[in-house]
Design a protein around this ligand. Structure first.
Ligand SMILES: [Zn+2]
Length: 386
């Protein structure tokens, strides 16, 4: 069996595990652990508190720093309400397209890395190659957020991370982060005829929203001069504002759902500091002067850091040499890459298939893309053996 055929067989097995983000992934992880161990890798599984989810980290080659991480998420998005022409959890072929949920996002990449495990171990690797497969990426990089610090604790110090999200094998060196919040305002209900006796939660939510909009303008001025993002600055959006009952009632509760998409780490820190100061010095004192129980609290729905384009990026240099792809782009979607970058690794996103296929019914990956990915990985094996 040639490598491509082997990869397709592995992919067929992976697609048959319906690892939708809300469901367990441990069976698929155990299956992948066995395949990697058979190829000679040292494999660690990290289970979460429920025991139903796991991350996998495996190593081939010497037990030293400076390795290359091949990273992918094991979960897929649901198929509910999608009109599939085939069983999404059974790999099918349509000409040169391999169809099934997760083929391009991103079990195709994972299957390619597992198929390469044996060829990798046939080399005498001087630089370790790591496999990093996570759970619950689609719901906010939950798995990677727990795995990355765990690896740090254990002293793993890889220097390069390649995240195989579908980029049609182009090199992606940057994307914005995505931070989502729900801010809740607790005031004091009362009769509309006497506003000063109550604390109008909706009115305070509007003040807060106004402050958010002012800060959003300031964020424009903080955009890095050479930013290639569209738009080039960190954006803020207010997605939902609700509260209140009727014309003549002072609302006691209000809720604001908002997000920001940082182009640099400093921007989210800036927003948090400014908002905290506004709450502490302006809003809360006024609210509590009327009702000591008045409050404002913000729930973090998800915080995924971005991948900041860097002038020097060893991951970009390596992948450029392997693929012959001389340019690197930035994209609007999120990945786990920023988490690796925050740990001091250089990171790029590069994987087979198109993001246009991801999350869609009849999701597919072309054999040509899978072959390009295998070729890149073969080059990686050689470069780690050299
Ligand atoms: Zn993905």
């Amino acid at each position: 069996m040639n490598l491509l055929t082997q990869t397709e067989a592995i992919l067929a097995d992976l697609i048959a595990f319906p690892t939708v983000s809300i469901d367990p992934n441990v069976e698929m992880m155990a299956h992948m652990a066995t395949l990697l161990e058979d190829a000679g890798a040292r494999v660690d599984l990290f289970h979460d508190a429920t025991g139903k989810k796991a991350n996998l980290f495996a190593t081939l080659g010497p037990d030293i720093e400076g390795g290359v991480v091949l990273s992918g998420h094991s979960d897929v998005v649901p198929v509910t309400d999608q009109d599939w022409s085939t069983d999404p959890f059974e790999l099918s072929e349509r000409g040169d397209f391999l169809m099934g949920r997760g083929t391009c996002d991103m079990k195709g990449f994972i299957a390619a890395t597992i198929a390469m495990a044996k060829p990798f171990s046939a080399h005498t690797l001087r630089r370790p190659i790591h496999f990093c497969f996570t759970h619950d990426e689609e719901t906010g990089c939950v798995g990677a957020k727990s795995l990355v610090p765990e690896l740090q604790k254990r002293g793993f110090k890889p220097s390069i991370a390649i995240i195989g999200e579908p980029t049609e094998m182009r090199i992606i060196e940057g994307h914005k982060g995505c931070c989502e919040y729900t801010t809740r305002f607790t005031g004091l209900e009362g009769h509309g005829s006497n506003p000063d006796r109550g604390v109008n939660a909706v009115a305070y939510a509007v003040k807060y929203a106004t402050r958010l909009m002012e800060l959003a303008e300031e964020l424009k001025g903080r955009a890095p001069r050479d930013s290639r993002f569209d738009p080039p600055w960190t954006t803020m959006n207010i997605g939902k504002l609700q509260g209140g009952h009727a014309h003549n009632v002072i609302p006691g509760k209000a809720e604001l759902e908002w997000e920001m998409r940082p182009v640099q780490y400093g921007d989210s820190e800036f927003m948090k500091e400014m908002l905290e100061a506004y709450i502490e010095t302006d809003l809360l004192p006024a609210m509590r002067a009327v009702s000591p129980r008045a409050d404002i609290s913000t729930q973090v729905i998800g915080e995924v850091v971005g991948l900041e384009p860097m002038e020097v990026n060893m991951a970009r240099t390596l992948i450029a040499a392997l693929t012959g792809c001389e340019t690197a782009d930035v994209v609007p979607f999120n990945t786990e890459a920023g988490l690796f970058q925050q740990l001091g690794m250089s990171a790029v996103v590069c994987g087979p298939g198109s993001i246009a296929q991801a999350h869609k019914p009849d999701e597919y990956l072309s054999r040509a893309q899978l072959q390009d990915c295998l070729t890149m990985l073969e080059g990686l094996g050689q470069s780690c053996a050299a």
